[in-house]
Design a protein around this ligand. Structure first.
Ligand SMILES: [Zn+2]
Length: 289
């Protein structure tokens, strides 16, 4: 479910960046796997450090709200957090200021841009839906007021309740990148299960299954032009594509034999490319054939 949801969100976001920000949405023992599947599903980067480690990529994130809260509590001014971040964090880390912690997004954005004059890569707006009002309108206002002050190239990163159906209007409003947490990390599972569908008797496979299940060893065939899948018994003739009548290719192969994994797994980045190649050909809301 996680990889599928990540794929749907990346499909909706197109060439805009999608960052997996779901590390705190599940138990720490699960978070790295969560990040792993978010990436192979299509996310461009992940914030979970251990997840990025498994993936062999650099973790990506922005400053947390806790930094602003500490500076406000101890020093009385949260904008000192932005200056401290710029002073102490490695130079190759893009300066993305979190601009919504205490005040209006527009006012904080202008203050942030002026504070880090010229060094700012982007602003991150992360306001919970309950406080947000019309978020695309807020983004338009931020971008407009920054442009009027001469800051045209500041990127806008949004996070907090981002999901696939909200993405198109946010892109229209001028968003450059999305931080996605719960929508991916807490995605619904894909309802699948393993079942016994055949038993080997006297060196021959006998189709058998519990009632309600389809018996026999199967193969799934795909038309790579139409992205249509057809399930057949393995000993049936391979089908032609029901739409274009073209050739269909088998998808299933042996992974485990006598308890041993018999295939080599591809690098996560290659799996991600394979996933993206497929969803480029699919429509987000297309019905199954
Ligand atoms: Zn076809």
């Amino acid at each position: 479910g996680i990889a599928t949801k990540a794929a749907r969100i990346k499909k909706a976001a197109g060439d805009k960046l999608v960052l997996s920000f779901g590390a705190r949405r599940t138990h720490p023992a699960v978070s790295p796997f969560n990040a792993f599947y978010a990436f192979i599903g299509g996310c461009d980067a992940v914030s979970c450090i251990k997840g990025a480690d498994f993936l062999g990529i650099k973790p990506t994130g922005t400053m947390p709200h806790s930094l602003m809260i500490i500076f406000k509590a101890i020093r009385g001014d949260h904008s000192e957090a932005w200056i401290a971040f710029d002073k102490h964090v490695e130079a190759d880390v893009p300066r993305i200021i979190l601009a919504d912690t205490f005040d209006d997004e527009v006012e904080e954005s202008i203050k942030a841009v002026q504070t880090l004059n010229g060094k700012l890569w982007g602003l991150r707006l992360d306001t919970p839906g309950s406080r947000r009002g019309n978020f695309p309108a807020i983004i338009r206002e931020v971008k407009w007021k920054l442009k009027a002050l001469g800051y045209k190239n500041v990127k806008i990163v949004v996070s907090g309740g981002v999901d696939e159906e909200k993405i198109p209007e946010l892109i229209k409003a001028g968003v450059d990148a999305f931080g996605v947490g719960a929508a991916i990390a807490n995605a619904r599972i894909v309802d699948i299960a393993m079942d016994i569908v055949a038993v080997k008797k006297n060196a021959k496979w006998m189709p058998i299954s519990k009632r309600g299940k389809f018996s026999g060893i199967k193969q799934v065939y795909r038309c790579w032009n139409c992205m249509i899948d057809v399930v057949k018994l393995r000993n049936e003739k391979p089908p032609k594509c029901p739409k274009c009548l073209g050739e269909m290719k088998p998808l299933l192969g042996k992974v485990i034999e006598n308890g041993k994994i018999v295939i080599d797994f591809d690098e996560p980045s290659k799996v991600r490319e394979y996933v993206m190649k497929q969803f480029k050909k699919l429509d987000l809301y297309q019905k199954p054939w």
